[in-house]
Each structure stands twice: as structure tokens, then as C-alpha cells.
Design a protein around this ligand. Structure first.
Ligand SMILES: *Cc1c(COP(=O)(O)O)cnc(C)c1O
Length: 462
């Protein structure tokens, strides 16, 4: 056995291979060393365990170079890899919610006037430049931005309801995936949750009866990811606003999705926009930046000055404020919303794609794949907005279906640029609405290589 180990080259010898000299130049010495060590260790273990025969050792040594290069490929990949989202779910929480218009974030590579007032030459306020834009879009007096909507709610409640009571309807005690549970967020903010009404019906009088000396606010939470249907009732926003204001309290709405436009433009049912909620009397409205806003992860709080301004002075704000990357991207996205140039926001470009254009893309790609011997067929599909918005609604879409079951589904996920589709019966469905057109060639390559992998496995199985 000792003699077998001796045939394994020393690391410094391996590093003399031209491919590895080149790799060191390109990737630096440490990752190449690690890749060598791990390939050599692996081979030693195989020999020690008797997993390879003595006669196979020379060819395994021969294959070391390829093993090292494969290790390197894995080790030097970006931590967060680009994938093709062919699931048809546009705001996909596991795939980074909305894709960002990154090519527009031009100031990120240079210094930028983040907290610097260019008129006076003095220190400026981080949020000042953006605050006006978001306030103008929603018709709000004031605005504050933090890291996400959970942080927004935490900041609102900590500032305005610490040690006091906040009234919420029992139909709105929601859990959003990823451990956002309303009662827990409220407890963490140091306020006391007062539940009123029933799961399906809550009346204005329920809120009215619950208001007491220790009440800090009424909170309405958008039922993001579910619907209660049938025998239901909730007080209207103006009625609730009236009631709250008679008691001199703030009316808080967690709007969730950040809907700024009438969704009927995209054939979806309307949901209250941030602007409408403010116009109907809400004092503080908070929402996510990376759902229907189509921007980076962020949480916005807009509303009446007397309730918004204290938020920026709370010590928690310093811990929750967004970084320059999010702020710069958010500026781009908000400008596009404001100008109604929605096609510049990838999410809206995908929402607006016509069934015709999706069908054309599928036909073109399908034709080429079939020529390459891959039996795909075009198919009508339904896409969803996702991200806990419009949970029951879907949009017509078009894509490709390929037989190949779980094996092909897995192979697609393992390809150079992973493709995430939907497995239905024994077919992988690839919905083109959630695939950005610029990714079509990548999708085609990944499908081709995954299908080849499938055929190879089937041949091996014979
Ligand atoms: C999504 C959502 C949240 C959480 O927002 P994040 O930005 O993910 O922190 C809170 N409330 C509602 C109603 C939501 O829809």
C-alpha cells in the first residue's frame, strides 16, 4: 500500500502543471493549493479504504489534474449563483424575490454624496435625497426607509407603542414565510397585542370597545399570502381612520407588498395602493422594497410628518438603516415608478410581457432544441406574482415542457447556470414569463446539457 501512495505526486509537483500555473495566476495560490490538497486527500482515502484496486491507482493519479480543476470550479463559484427562474413565480422568495435593474446603479463604483449636502458642503442626511422621491410617489408628507418591512414595523411599534397596547383584528394575525409572525414582532417591539373580532368578521365596534387609556395605535395588516372568503367583514379604511383620529391615536397599516399601481393594468385584481391608504386616512404605511416595488430589500414607512419624523430619531433607526447599495438601487427603481417607465424595472417588464411574445420565444427556443434532438413541446401555463402578493391569482403564460421527470429536474438544477423549473406529472415545465429574455440563450444551453446528461444516465442504466 505504501508504494501506491508513493505514486501520488507531491503538491509542489502538481502546481507545476501548466493548467494549474494558469489557475494560480487567475485565481490566486490559496484556492489552488486547497483544491490540490483536497483531491490528493480524497485519493489517499480511496486507497486506504480499499475503494480502488491497486491496478486502478495509476489512472486515478492520471485523473488528479481533472479532479483538481473540478474542485477549483466548485470552490471559486460565486457564493450566490445566478440561476434561471423558470418556475413562473415572479417574486420568488428563495431566488432573491425580484431581479434588480443593476446596470443602472452607476454611482456604486465611485464615491457618492451619501451623507453630504452638495449645496452647503456640510454633512447631510442619508435619507434626505430619497425621502422626497418616495413621499412624492405616494403623496405622503414624510418618509423613512429601513432594511426591510419587518424592521419597518419593529421601528414603528417601538417608537409609538412601547409598553402600550396595539389593537389588531383576529383575521390579520399573519405569519409570513421565514419566521415573520405578527404577534412575535409585536412582542419584540415591546407592545401588547390586543386582538379583536373573529377570524372572519371584525366590526368597527370591536375596535371602538377595545380602545382605552393604554391604547397606542390601531394596526391593520394586509393579508398577504392568504384570503378569507365567504361570510366576512372588516371595517373600511376611512371608518377606522375616523375612529382612531377621534382618539388622537395613529392609524398604522402594514401594506406588505408595496403596491403603487392599479394591478388591473396587468389583469390582476386591484389591491389598495400605498397612496390610496394614505388618502383614506392611514397615518403610517409600511411596505417591502423587494415585492411589488421590484427593488432591493428595504422597508419604507410613509405618512404624516408628526408620526414619521420621530422614527428617524429613535436609537433603533441607526441599527436598521439601509446601506448605500440598497439606497442607490431604490432611487433608480422609485424614479422609474414615478415616471411610469415601468419597463425599466425587471419585475414589471416580466409582468407586462404579452402572451404573444412569450409564445414566440418558446417557439424559437423549442425549434432549436428539437433540432438538437430534444423532445420539447410548447405549453400554456399560468404564472403567479408570488412573494405573498395576490395569492390566488395567476397570469396566462407560455413555456416549454420536457419529459424526464425528477432526474431531468435535478440535472437542470445542477447545470452550469442552474435552471429551476416546475415538475408536474413526469414533465419539467419551464415558464418563460419569469425568465428574463436576456437569459434565453443560457436557458437553452442548460437544457441542452441537462438533457444530454439524462440520455447518458439512461445509456449507463442499460
Ligand atoms: C412581506 C411582508 C412582511 C415582511 O416584509 P419583509 O420586507 O420581508 O421584511 C410584513 N408584512 C406583510 C403584510 C408582508 O406582506
Amino acid at each position: 500500500m505504501q508504494s501506491q501512495y508513493r505514486t501520488i505526486p507531491a503538491i509542489h509537483r502538481l502546481l507545476e502543471l501548466p493548467s494549474l500555473i494558469e489557475a494560480v495566476e487567475r485565481l490566486g495560490r490559496p484556492p489552488v493549493m486547497e483544491a490540490c490538497r483536497s483531491a490528493v486527500d480524497h485519493l489517499r482515502r480511496l486507497i486506504a479504504d480499499g475503494a480502488i484496486d491497486e491496478t486502478d491507482v495509476p489512472s486515478a493519479v492520471e485523473a488528479l489534474e481533472q479532479d483538481i480543476l473540478a474542485n477549483l470550479e466548485h470552490a471559486t463559484r460565486p457564493a450566490y449563483r445566478e440561476v434561471v427562474n423558470a418556475t413562473g413565480v415572479l417574486i420568488h422568495t428563495n431566488l432573491g424575490r425580484s431581479p434588480l435593474p443593476v446596470d443602472r446603479a452607476s454611482s456604486l463604483g465611485s464615491y457618492l454624496a451619501l451623507e453630504f449636502d452638495l449645496t452647503t458642503g456640510r454633512r447631510g442626511q442619508r435619507l434626505a435625497p430619497l425621502r422626497h422621491r418616495i413621499a412624492a410617489i405616494c403623496g405622503a408628507e414624510a418618509a423613512v426607509m429601513v432594511n426591510n418591512n419587518a424592521a419597518a414595523l419593529l421601528l414603528i411599534l417601538s417608537t409609538h407603542a412601547l409598553g402600550r397596547e396595539v389593537i389588531v383584528s383576529r383575521s390579520q394575525l399573519i405569519e409570513i414565510g421565514g419566521s415573520f409572525r405578527l404577534p412575535d414582532v409585536m412582542a419584540a417591539s415591546g407592545c401588547r397585542l390586543i386582538e379583536v373580532g373573529c377570524t372572519n368578521r371584525t366590526h368597527l365596534a370591536d375596535f371602538e370597545n377595545a380602545i382605552g387609556e393604554n391604547t397606542a395605535a390601531i394596526l391593520v395588516v394586509h393579508q398577504s399570502n392568504f384570503r378569507i372568503v365567504g361570510f366576512t367583514t372588516e371595517p373600511t379604511t376611512p371608518d377606522l381612520a375616523d375612529l382612531v383620529h377621534r382618539h388622537g391615536l395613529p392609524f398604522i397599516v402594514d401594506q406588505g407588498s408595496g403596491c403603487l399601481h392599479d394591478l388591473r393594468r396587468w389583469g390582476l385584481p386591484a389591491e389598495p395602493t400605498v397612496g390610496e391608504l394614505l388618502a383614506d386616512g392611514a397615518d403610517l404605511v409600511c411596505f417591502s422594497g423587494d415585492k411589488l416595488l421590484g427593488g432591493p430589500q428595504a422597508g419604507s414607512i410613509v405618512g404624516r410628518r408628526e408620526w414619521v419624523e420621530p422614527l428617524g430619531r429613535h436609537p433603533l433607526y441607526r441599527a436598521l438603516r439601509p446601506d448605500k447599495t440598497a439606497l442607490t438601487l431604490m432611487d433608480q427603481v422609485l424614479a422609474a415608478h414615478h415616471a411610469d417607465r415601468l419597463e425599466e424595472i425587471p419585475l414589471y417588464a416580466m409582468m407586462s410581457a404579452s402572451l404573444d411574445s412569450l409564445t414566440r420565444r418558446a417557439r424559437r427556443m423549442g425549434g432549436r432544441l428539437r433540432k438538437a434532438g430534444i423532445p420539447v413541446r410548447g405549453c400554456r401555463l399560468r404564472s403567479a406574482l408570488g412573494g405573498g402578493t395576490t395569492p390566488e391569482e395567476t397570469m396566462p403564460s407560455y413555456g416549454l415542457a420536457i419529459g424526464g421527470g425528477q432526474t431531468l429536474h435535478d440535472l437542470l438544477r445542477e447545470s452550469g447556470v442552474p435552471v429551476i423549473g416546475r415538475l408536474e406529472d413526469d414533465e419539467v415545465l419551464l415558464d418563460l414569463r419569469s425568465v428574463q429574455p436576456s437569459q434565453d440563450p443560457i436557458l437553452e444551453r442548460s437544457v441542452t446539457s441537462a438533457y444530454r446528461g439524462l440520455i447518458n444516465r439512461q445509456d449507463d442504466g442499460k
